[in-house]
Write a protein that binds this ligand. Sequence first.
Ligand code: AP5
Length: 205
Amino acid sequence: MKIILIGPPGSGKGTVSEKLINEFHFEHISPGEILRDEVSKGTMLGIEIKKYMEKGDLVPDKFVVESVKLKIKGRDHFILDGFPRTIEQAQQIKELSIDKVIYLEVPEEVVVERLSGRRICNNGAHTYHLKYLPSKKAGVCDIDKTVLIQRKDDTPKAVQERFKVFHEKTNPLIDYFKKKGLLSIVNGAQEPEKVYKDVKKIVKR
Ligand code: AP5
């Protein structure tokens, strides 16, 4: 099964993906993670990408599209978390025959609070929230025991920019996928367990 997860920054795409992976063994394809990994290596490419990410802008397609396509190649059971983010990107994967597009709908004021309290493990694989999803031991990842850190693009200024970009560039995808009959909307402002229950219903239907 091929699933696309769409939602504003902090809507819970990563959190839902983690649960779907555990239960249904999806491959997780997240350009955000791929790009953060490149930045952490400190390569020339990483230095270039970092400028866009820290401001909250989309990274240009030449750095994103091919690496996503490469990850998808030969796979037929995956979640695309945060791709596509523009109509142009959607057109680049037209041949993929996506099964479902799940849109996590969350009001802006809710996500601002979520992002300010978000902490991730040092390798970026696991996500927590100081209030809503705390780790068992403060500041330490339950799973890989690494130190929890705050993402550089979770500053108020970068979050504001990420929202602007979402509204201008990603929102049109909602209509795009609705017209294709692929879109399901989930209320992402609910408790994490309830959000996952609703997503799971869509995945199993
Ligand atoms: P990316 O890493 O994809 O960031 P994003 O889309 O802004 O989404 P987030 O990861 O911030 O949030 P999320 O929806 O996964 O929420 P999470 O589950 O963590 O992309 C980062 C950057 O990379 C982009 O800005 C861009 O520069 C670049 N990029 C990525 N894709 C690109 C593309 N296709 N093209 C070009 N550039 C691209 O949850 C957030 C917090 O809330 C957590 O603390 C979590 O514990 C908590 N939480 C989750 N669910 C709930 C709940 N139901 N109730 C309460 N708290 C909750």
